[in-house]
Design a protein around this ligand. Structure first.
Ligand code: ARG
Length: 372
């Protein structure tokens, strides 16, 4: 017997309310007509899916609302590729390679987001991630932050890279209920070798970093709709690479090696060798990206741009929310204007939220929870 074609289940009213609230903002901000017709459509629940322009504006608003991001000034320039029609992992993977090449744009990096449909998820937290291999003696080769991801893809059958400190991990893509691994082609991975303008020994350390940060583990939420597969990129800020990724003790922990290359006196911390090595590593990363012709922000200009962003938002009648501890740079913070200000970290919608990694245990239920 043929199964009768049932209408889609009625969405819960909060979802309709959220969609309408978003569409109200969308029409107000863009000045586009058509809200009344759209509201009728939504209320009759014929069509809850967002149009491409709505999705695009919603994604831009989510960037504008990102309390942790100091680089929000160009939020309205975000390009959005609406790829909600791609159901299969190989097509998603091809689109991700196109994303990497298109966003790099020969070094003039452009902010880009690729939005996939329901059921698509990328388990890597960024499209380009370096493996972290735990050694029997407890040492780690590569990026210690990515040990769990490395072990996860190894369990799925990845044989591992050459075992260097900078092996790019394959992508683990979920589609149609299955997870598939894909090795990125070298033309989709652009990396910059790190050299220093005056200390040749620093180049001898063989450091590098990838040009493009494409965040792939955040859910984009617009008007009550959630997009789990929505990787997006801006361009790097040098402190992310030089003051955290390469410098943190729990990451590449390179300040002792940098200090040695610079010939600093490391006998006592009071010589400030850590600080001096840190500054020179930042100089090196800026120099290297500039030499390679890859767009890279610095903490002095980006924080000043953030102040422009605040002024522009104030003129548009919108409050800027921010998470101060994320906005201040990890290098010379008090030399930048954000240090001297306070921010309200309330999260507005549309927004991005970090997904729980697939390998992490679900949170334990609190037995004493009494209210919702
Ligand atoms: N902090 C992250 C990293 O070092 C990147 C986060 C996004 N950064 C950006 N500039 N859009 O890889």
């Amino acid at each position: 017997m043929p199964v009768p074609h049932l209408p889609p289940p009625l969405p819960v009213s909060t979802e309709v309310d959220e969609t309408l609230a978003f569409l109200g903002m969308y029409h107000r901000e863009t000045g586009l007509p058509g809200f009344a017709a759209r509201r009728q459509e939504i209320e009759q629940c014929e069509h809850l899916s967002l149009t491409t322009p709505e999705l695009t504006h919603g994604a831009r608003m989510a960037w504008r609302n990102s309390t942790r991001c100091v680089g929000r000034l160009p939020w309205a320039t975000l390009e959005v590729h609406d790829l909600r029609h791609l159901p299969q992992a190989p097509q998603v993977f091809e689109a991700l390679c196109d994303h990497l090449r298109g966003a790099l744009n020969g070094g003039r990096i452009r902010p880009l987001m690729s939005v996939f449909g329901p059921g698509i998820r990328i388990y890597n937290d960024q499209l380009i991630r370096y493996a972290g291999y735990r050694q029997p003696d407890g040492q780690v080769i590569g990026d210690p932050q990515n040990i769990a991801l490395t072990e996860y893809v190894q369990q799925l059958g990845w044989a591992g890279g050459p075992g260097s400190a900078f092996d790019v991990l394959p992508l683990a893509i979920e589609a149609e209920g299955n997870v598939t691994l894909f090795e990125l082609p070298s033309d989709a991975i652009h990396e910059v070798p790190i050299t220093h303008p005056s200390c040749a020994a620093l180049a001898g350390l063989g450091l590098r970093w990838h040009a493009l940060p494409v965040i792939s583990n955040m859910t984009l939420e617009i008007g009550g709709q959630r997009f789990e597969g929505a990787p997006f990129n801006g361009w790097y800020l040098q402190t992310e690479i030089a003051a955290r990724n390469l410098a943190d003790e729990a990451r590449y922990n390179l300040l002792p090696a940098i200090a040695q290359a610079l010939g600093l006196d490391t006998s006592r911390r009071r010589t400030l060798w850590l600080d001096r090595a840190l500054v020179e590593l930042n100089v090196a990363v800026l120099h290297s990206f500039d030499e390679a012709g890859i767009r890279l922000a610095d903490h002095h200009s980006v924080t000043r741009q953030f102040r422009h962003f605040e002024e522009r938002e104030a003129r548009a009648g919108r409050a800027v929310k921010g998470n101060w501890s994320w906005l201040v740079p990890p290098l010379s913070p008090a030399t930048t204007p954000v240090w001297h200000r306070r921010y309200d970290d309330t999260e507005l919608k549309p927004k991005f939220t970090v997904q729980r990694p697939i390998w992490a245990a679900p949170p334990a239920r609190c037995p004493f929870q009494t209210s919702t």
